[in-house]
Each structure stands twice: as structure tokens, then as C-alpha cells.
Design a protein around this ligand. Structure first.
Ligand code: NDP
Ligand code: GDR
Length: 372
């Protein structure tokens, strides 16, 4: 039975990847951080009581800032595959916490690679690094492919640039099977609430149920190439099943604006919007409502305003990936379109908003708004 170790197993991708590898028959080990509240919601459904025989999903406490912890875990588990998905992954937050982001996202990657080498596992353990389209930042070429020059635009992207190159360096220096998946934005109903797609689907669903008043957004002209996390974790595994390690761009090859994503999400709730005004004065107003999903809203309501607090000190205006190498070499193509994914996210958030509204009706107030 193959063994995999996933850092970031409690995150969006980690949870889908753990499910995927369990289905493939792997023993899956995941690193979770100590927190004062439970933080394993995304993997609770695959939790197995460690006291039962043959449990194949095992969680360990750990942190990418702690070399001794990582080394001990690698020594005990001796994994065939390591997926380094753990990171402070929010671009805007990286401007607030640049040093922490560098420690976890850049140095954390080095700590893992060095532990593999120190333990003499460099010929056994394959290593996947969660690299990112943010490396392209101020884009030098459209669409972006594996050979496009990098120009990172945030402390997050600069930290990930180090991680990218240290993975390449360990491959070239020590013959390690280490590779980078340069993944463009991918989302799902499990996406963190402060990333733009989820902020929109959750915010509009909450408004439909009368739980929130308005969405406050940053740069809605921003263009992204959005895919579904389920398609992208399949690709992470495929990258480690080759004879030689290589780096791949993973994207859909289609881009949309944040404004378009707001429009689609509203339509899933039967709402048509009109965008008026420019810059920080732009607003989105409801022009019609069909069906009974948005009971708490009415024509004329303003559901989106711009809040400059969500502008970034340096913005990545446009990202569009060229996944042709992944298609040619690995036979990978994404199966879920951005629009289908948006519909799934809105429906899941609507279900959750309905539950919250019901609890509220019975006197239980839950916190709603999330800054991001
Ligand atoms: P999430 O933010 O959903 O998950 C990040 C995971 O990292 C969480 O499990 C988090 O733990 C964990 N983590 C954070 N800090 C530490 C630390 N100090 N030590 C150990 N673990 C830590 O990210 P995604 O699942 O969306 O992304 C996975 C990876 O892919 C990340 O590295 C991200 O930067 C990268 N990436 C993501 C893309 C996307 O569009 N989703 C695109 C390209 C790259 P906790 O749950 O406790 O917070
Ligand atoms: P990104 O994702 O920065 O691309 O990083 P995010 O969803 O945060 O932003 C996408 C674009 O939307 C614009 N935007 C807003 N973003 C947020 N979060 N909140 C807002 O209110 C808002 N309004 C407009 C942003 O400015 C940006 O242009 C994600 C993360 O998952 C990274 O870890 C990953 O590496 C990259 O995708 C690829």
C-alpha cells in the first residue's frame, strides 16, 4: 500500500486530495495545526477512529515552521509521496503578514525537502510543490505557460517563487523526484470564505435569506482563469506518477472577470443585476428577480459596493493559463467549467444560509460576516 503525506490536509485542496488518494487505496497521512477550536471540518467526513484496525487516514499535529516536527513525521511515516499544500495562501493577508508568509510558504518548503534529504529518502519519496499562477504576477506573456518569465507581485508570490526554485534545485542537485504544479485559481464549495469566488457566492446566498445586506468588493475588473479544485487535485497526483519529474501549468485556458462571476452567481439565485458608476463608486443594483430563491431581496436593492480596503498594494490584474503541456504529456483536461462550479457553490451556500436562517428564527444567532 502506497503512503502519502499531505501538508495542508485541512485546506480546500488537501481535503479533496485526501479523498482522492484514499479512493486509490493509499494510506493517507495529513498534518494538521493545533488550534483552540476544531479546524478539521473539511476532512471530518473521512475521519477514521485511530483505534480501529486498518485505519488508512491518519492526522498528525505539526507545522511547516517546525523542522524537528517535520523530520520526525517523515522518519516515522517514510511516505512514497509528499504533497506540500500547506501555506498561508491568502495574497492580501501576505501584505499584512509578510514575514510569517515567507517562513511558512518559502522556508517551510525548504524544511520539508531538507528533511527528506537528511533522512536519506530522496530516492524513495516523490515531492509535489503547490506552486501558483501568482508567480507570473505582472504578466510577461499571454497566455502563461511553463516557460513564461515570473514577476511576483506580493509577499505570498515572492515566497512561492523561492519554494518553486528550491524544489527545482533539489531535483537538479540530488536527483530528487520533485515537481511544481503551477496551478491557476481553483475553487469549490470548500473554498475559504475570504477568497473572491466564495465571498461572492456566500455573500449573495446570505443576502437572499436576509442574513447580510451588501457585498463589499475590491477590484472587480480583475481577470482570472478559474477551475474546480476536484479537477486540479487529480492532476497533482498524476504529476507524481510519471517516470521523470517535470513542472506543469494547470489551468482551464479561459478567463473571466470578478464582475462576471458576480453576475453568474446572482443569476443562480434568479437575480439580474445592473452595474453602474465607475471606480470606487461602482454599484450593482437588482433589476429583476425570478423564482423564490431570493425571498429577502427586492428590485432596486444595491447588493454590491466597492470598498477600497480590498484593493491590494500591488494587484495581479490578469491571469490566463495555457494547459497544453498537461494535456499533451499527461492527458489531463478539466471536466468542470467555471460556470458549473459557480452554480454548485451558490447552491451549497444557499443550503447553508437556509440552515442559518432557520437557526436564527429559533433564537440562535451565528456570526455571518467574514472580512477578506
Ligand atoms: P487553503 O488556504 O484552503 O489551505 C491551506 C492549508 O495550509 C490549510 O490546511 C492550513 O491549515 C495549512 N497551513 C497554513 N499554515 C500552515 C503552517 N504554518 N503549517 C502547516 N500547515 C499550514 O489553500 P488551498 O487548499 O486553496 O491551496 C493549497 C495550496 O495550493 C496552497 O499552498 C496554496 O498556496 C496553493 N495554491 C492554491 C491555489 C488555489 O487557487 N486554491 C492556486 C495555486 C496554488 P489550517 O486549516 O489550520 O488553516
Ligand atoms: P488570488 O485569489 O489573489 O488570485 O489568490 P482571490 O480570490 O483572493 O482574488 C482573486 C482576484 O479577485 C480580486 N478581488 C477580491 N479578492 C478578495 N479576496 N476579496 C475581495 O473582496 C475582492 N475583490 C476583488 C483580487 O484583487 C484578485 O485580483 C488565489 C489564492 O488561492 C492563492 O493561494 C493562489 O496561489 C492563487 O489564487 C492562484
Amino acid at each position: 500500500m502506497k503512503k502519502a503525506l499531505i501538508t495542508g490536509v485541512t485546506g480546500q485542496d488537501g481535503s479533496y486530495l485526501a479523498e482522492f488518494l484514499l479512493e486509490k487505496g493509499y494510506e493517507v497521512h495529513g498534518i494538521k495545526r493545533r488550534a483552540s477550536l476544531f479546524n478539521t471540518q473539511r476532512v471530518d467526513h473521512i475521519y477514521e477512529d485511530p483505534h480501529t484496525d486498518n485505519a488508512r487516514f491518519k492526522l498528525h499535529y505539526g507545522d511547516l515552521s517546525d523542522s524537528s516536527n517535520l523530520t520526525r513525521l517523515l522518519r516515522d511515516i517514510e511516505p512514497d509521496e509528499v504533497y506540500n499544500l500547506g501555506a498561508q495562501s491568502h495574497v492580501a493577508v501576505s501584505f499584512e503578514a509578510p514575514e510569517y508568509t515567507a517562513d511558512v510558504d518559502a522556508m517551510g518548503t525548504l524544511r520539508l525537502l531538507e528533511a527528506i534529504r537528511f533522512l536519506g529518502l530522496e530516492k524513495k519519496t516523490k515531492f509535489y510543490q503547490a506552486s501558483t499562477s501568482e508567480l507570473y504576477g505582472l504578466v510577461q506573456e499571454i497566455p502563461q505557460k511553463e516557460t513564461t518569465p515570473f514577476h511576483p507581485r506580493s509577499p505570498y508570490a515572492v515566497a512561492k517563487l523561492y519554494a518553486y526554485w528550491i524544489a527545482v534545485n533539489y531535483r537538479e542537485s540530488y536527483g530528487m523526484y520533485a515537481c511544481n504544479g503551477i496551478l491557476f485559481n481553483h475553487e469549490s464549495p470548500r473554498r475559504g470564505e475570504t477568497f473572491v469566488t466564495r465571498k461572492i457566492t456566500r455573500g449573495l446566498a446570505n443576502m437572499a435569506m436576509g442574513l447580510e445586506k451588501c457585498l463589499y468588493m475590491g477590484n472587480i475588473d480583475s481577470l482570472r482563469d478559474w477551475g474546480h479544485a476536484k479537477d486540479y487535485v487529480r492532476m497533482q497526483w498524476m504529476m507524481l506518477q510519471q517516470d521523470t519529474p517535470e513542472d506543469f501549468v494547470i489551468a482551464t485556458g479561459v478567463q473571466y472577470s470578478v464582475r462576471e462571476f458576480i453576475t453568474w452567481s446572482a443569476r443562480e439565485l434568479g437575480i439580474e443585476l445592473e452595474f453602474t458608476g465607475t471606480g470606487v463608486d461602482e454599484i450593482a443594483t437588482i433589476t429583476s428577480i425570478e423564482g423564490d430563491k431570493a425571498l429577502a431581496l427586492k428590485v432596486g436593492d444595491v447588493v454590491m459596493r466597492i470598498d477600497p480596503r480590498y484593493f491590494r498594494p500591488a494587484e495581479v490584474e490578469t491571469l490566463l493559463g495555457d494547459p497544453s503541456k498537461a494535456k499533451k504529456v499527461l492527458g489531463w483536461t478539466p471536466e468542470i467549467t467555471a460556470k458549473e462550479m459557480c452554480a454548485e457553490m451558490v447552491m451549497e451556500d444557499l443550503k447553508s444560509a437556509r440552515r442559518t436562517a432557520l437557526l436564527k428564527e429559533h433564537g440562535l444567532e451565528l456570526p455571518i460576516s467574514v472580512e477578506g
